[in-house]
Design a protein around this ligand. Structure first.
Ligand code: NA7
Length: 318
């Protein structure tokens, strides 16, 4: 079993700006935006929201991550509940459905406030439709408004302000978030008032991505066994009608063995698990996705959880 070095945790560069911001003419909403979760995605988003003039209140489980945002002008609170009290619209962007639910239903969570009148809650963490329905129900029972706003894109796309927002739920919240979404995304879709639709669309897109990555990894691993240059394969692939910017980029990462996490492998595997749970509830057969999930699970066990999803190549080479 190879010794695997964890990818370096990159500190957020508070001075970097996406080139796209200058062209977007953003007029910041005068509402106060709360933000729960300052991981790689959350940090990048909040940095740009502050830069474009939004009033932001933040909280993160590991409190040290809040410090650069205080220096940049954000207010920091001790608990999610305190953020909700101080903000009009609250975004959440944490790792998984369990974390997303903990922040709403848990100790010091959002619902501890009891009365969410005039508050809106926006779930950006990647979650399954059932979790979104539960969260939405909890928020609505306390008279709050709820929007699921799934973010599709890599960490680099977040840094470039090129995410795609897939939203569903309360239309008025969607409109109130306009200046925030314009800051961070190249496209924003409202997929209807039914909660869960946006989560489904996001997970369907992730299925295409996961299956494609495993196919790419296996094909490149076979080329490697024949000692055919992977760079040659990628150059030829670039000339075909199969090429896509993402597969080209991932192929190059596989060829270089550079698995700097743009879409962490653990997130990809979480998404595939959520997809398979959805399919299970419908008796929908997804044999290729099931095997893809096994490949990602195995690569996780080899120690590549925190690397990029392109690290599935390592497993394919065995
Ligand atoms: P990261 O960089 O792995 O960050 C994860 C964030 O989630 C980070 O702020 C964590 O806090 C937080 N987290 C995770 N679990 C919990 C629980 N249980 N309670 C509170 N906070 C938690 O992920 P990304 O920023 O790349 O991605 C975030 C989401 O955006 C994800 O759903 C993607 O699919 C889209 P910590 O700093 O570890 O204390």
């Amino acid at each position: 079993r190879p010794v695997v070095t964890r990818p370096e945790t990159q500190a957020i560069d508070m001075n970097s700006r996406s080139n796209t911001l200058a062209d977007r003419e953003i007029v910041p909403s005068d509402q106060t935006f709360g933000f729960l979760g300052l991981g790689m995605m959350g940090s990048t988003i909040v940095k740009d929201l502050i830069y474009t003039g939004h009033k932001v209140v933040v909280w993160n489980r590991t409190i040290d991550k809040c410090q650069p945002f205080v220096e940049a002008g954000a207010d920091v609170k001790d608990t999610p509940m305190d953020v909700v009290e101080a903000a009009d619209v609250i975004f959440c962007c944490v790792s998984d459905p369990k974390g997303a639910k903990d922040l709403v239903f848990g100790n010091c969570g959002v619902l501890q406030l009891k009365d969410l009148r005039n508050k809106a809650y926006v779930e950006m963490s990647t979650i399954d439709p059932e979790t979104s329905l539960d969260i939405g129900e909890g928020i609505k029972q306390c008279n709050g408004r709820y929007l699921e706003a799934q973010i599709h894109g890599s960490r680099q796309e977040a840094a470039d302000g090129m995410l795609i927002i897939l939203a569903g739920g309360d239309r008025s919240v969607f409109e109130e978030c306009h200046s925030c979404f314009k800051t961070i995304a190249k496209n924003t879709f409202f997929l209807g008032t039914d909660i869960g639709n946006a989560c489904k669309v996001n997970l369907i897109l992730q299925t295409i991505l996961g299956v494609s990555l495993v196919g790419l990894a296996e094909a490149l691993a076979l080329a490697d066994r024949f000692s055919i240059s992977l760079n040659d394969i990628i150059d030829i692939f670039d000339l075909t009608s199969m090429k896509s910017p993402l597969l080209l980029a991932k192929g190059k990462e596989m060829a270089k063995g550079d698995f700097n996490p743009q879409q962490p492998l653990s997130h990809m595997q979480r998404d595939l698990r959520l997809v398979l749970n959805m399919a299970e509830n419908l008796d929908q057969s997804m044999p290729v996705t099931s095997i893809t999930n096994e490949v990602f699970k195995h690569t996780k066990r080899l120690g590549y959880s925190e690397h990029d999803s392109s690290a599935v190549f390592v497993r394919s080479r065995f």
